[in-house]
Design a protein around this ligand. Structure first.
Ligand code: ME8
Length: 518
């Protein structure tokens, strides 16, 4: 595949001051599913995640923890690596902004911007929210009853900042950005978010302060070490650092850049869809192909926050429900792009309904009938195949093109719904064909029915590997599908009659409410 474009996708790099929670897991999970899909499809993939370790917010957290910022970030960054392991994320790299490769890259983009006349020295006087690491204008703020000023969008408290600062000539990028959005209608997804960004840019852009002098935890501005780079310029640059910037001629950079997808939450869309393409174009680099801004999770109807004490820890969820049910729930429950609410009830509904009943029972019924009635080897359907069998299998064949379409627009929920429609078909088919009743009367026909079902389950399980890698592997194991025969191109290679199958084990146990649960 020499010379072909690598599918390059990224998550935001997370602030290390927070413990990883369901929101972080969600964004990375969405990327993981896409990465797995493209890999199974035979593409080269580069999937990046990591941690954002500079800035005032992280420095503050380190001071509060009583450790120096480097030691603090070394310690807490590990929590995000552990999250990746716990969630079975298949990222190819994990970047930390305190790494040397990143300092070099961030300073190089600064120099490129300065050399191109895009940065000038001035002074900033205005509002800054440490929690968002963002500058706000008066019109973006509101005053609470107690007199504190907060950002309307995030509710973060702002403070007045006055200091010398370098500025990026963002105001001069308005038309070029609008032109770029126009020529690349899919750059910002979903559509509603695109409209928000376009009208924000249309309303006029001000030059952006890109350095700070009143604290030290950041990357020094090349040639003026009294300043450190604004944490968002530093952080966004991680996406090019990881693919080798400033070596733009390197093999990795050429194969990966521009990135195919930056997946982000809606809270940080402006940084990714306005500032980032402007920085890149100003530095002579291509903007990424797409920024997708997904929605926000609440917990049982409430905003998730440390102060409310309702942060959902991925590890606690995994322990309670199992990893794959959690992965499934997060992407099935809420149309991707919309806000969603996590509730125990909805989680158990999905686990017991979609997983244990629909998919789990289907597998268990079919595999145990093969085990009990066909001597544990897959029956030969050839002599007794009917149109109904072919129809069932053809229905499963239609899934791949459908998934390609859905995943191309990051519609995970409809991709899963399409797979579950075929699972529903298979369950109706088993009931209408009643293979158990054929055992004595027409064993050959029973064999053909079970074959059609096993083949349908195989196709479903191959596709489900991207969402639920562990459970899908367990199903494929029980169908004796070799590991080397589980890619998307193997969808067309049918199961071989006569192959022996191990004794089946249930894949999705039902969730049984514990006594003390509400
Ligand atoms: O913003 N629901 O990092 P961050 C859904 N370091 N997603 C959520 C969520 C929720 N309740 N809470 C968090 C930063 N997220 C910067 C990014 S990138 C160059 C720098 C997810 O730790 C969502 O993806 O605050 C959101 O955009 C991200 O975590 C914010 O992570």
């Amino acid at each position: 595949m020499a010379g072909s474009k690598t599918y390059y996708l990224t998550t935001p790099i997370y602030y290390v001051n927070d413990a990883p929670h369901i929101g972080h897991a969600y964004t990375t999970l969405a990327c993981d599913v896409l990465a797995r899909f493209h890999r199974l499809d035979g593409k080269e993939v580069f999937f990046l995640t990591g941690t954002d370790e500079h800035g005032q917010k992280v420095e503050k957290a380190a001071v509060e923890a009583g450790v120096d910022p480097q030691a603090f970030t070394d310690r807490v960054s590990v929590n995000f690596r552990d999250l990746a392991t716990a969630m079975a994320f298949s990222n190819d790299d994990f970047i930390r902004t305190t790494e040397d490769r990143h300092t070099r890259s961030a300073q190089a983009i600064w120099k490129a911007l300065a050399d191109n006349g895009e940065i000038y020295l001035g002074s900033y006087a205005g509002w800054y929210a440490v929690r968002d690491e963002a500058f706000y204008t008066d019109s973006e703020l509101e005053t609470r009853a107690d007199g504190t000023k907060v950002a309307k969008t995030s509710g973060a408290t702002v403070e007045w900042v006055e200091e010398p600062s370098y500025f990026f000539r963002l105001s001069e990028w308005q038309d070029r950005l609008l032109d770029f959005y126009d020529k690349n209608p899919d750059f910002i997804r979903p559509e509603s978010r695109r409209n928000e960004v376009v009208s924000f840019v249309r309303s006029g852009l001000k030059d952006l302060s890109v350095s700070r002098t009143t604290f030290e935890w950041g990357i020094p501005v090349p040639g003026d070490e009294a300043h450190i780079m604004y944490v968002w310029l530093d952080a966004l640059t991680n996406y090019i650092t990881a693919v080798g910037y400033p070596e733009t001629d390197s093999e990795l950079f050429r194969r990966c850049w521009p990135a195919d997808l930056h997946m982000v939450g809606k809270d940080i869309l402006r940084f990714h869809a306005v500032y980032w393409p402007a920085f890149l174009m100003a530095a002579g680099l291509e903007p990424p192909k797409r920024v997708f801004a997904h929605g926000w999770w609440t917990n049982e109807g409430q905003k998730i926050s440390k102060s409310l004490g309702n942060v959902i820890e991925p590890n606690a969820l995994i322990e309670r429900y199992g990893l794959d049910p959690v992965r499934y729930f997060l992407l099935r429950e809420v149309p991707f792009g919309n806000d969603g609410d996590f509730s125990h009830r909805a989680m158990v509904g999905r686990l017991n309904g979609d997983l244990a009943n629909d998919l789990g029972n289907l597998c268990q019924r079919v595999l145990s009938m093969i085990s009990r009635n066909c001597g544990g080897s897959l029956p030969d359907p050839t002599t007794r195949q009917t149109e109904a069998d072919v129809e069932l299998i053809t229905g499963a064949d239609a899934l791949l093109p459908r998934l390609r379409e859905e995943l191309d627009v990051q519609a995970f929920h409809t991709a899963l719904a399409a797979i579950w429609a075929v699972i529903g078909e298979a369950n109706r088919y088993i009931d209408s064909q009643a293979p158990w009743a054929l055992r004595k009367t027409d064993p050959e026909r029973m064999g053909a029915v079970l074959y059609a079902l096993a083949e349908t389950i195989r196709k479903i399980a191959i596709l489900l590997q991207i969402f639920m890698p562990g459970s899908a592997a367990a199903i494929l194991e029980q169908l004796s599908v070799p590991t080397a025969a589980r890619t998307l191109s193997d969808l067309d290679v049918p199961l071989r009659p006569g192959v022996s199958m191990p004794k089946p084990q249930p894949v999705f146990p039902r969730y049984v409410e514990e006594e003390e649960e509400p």
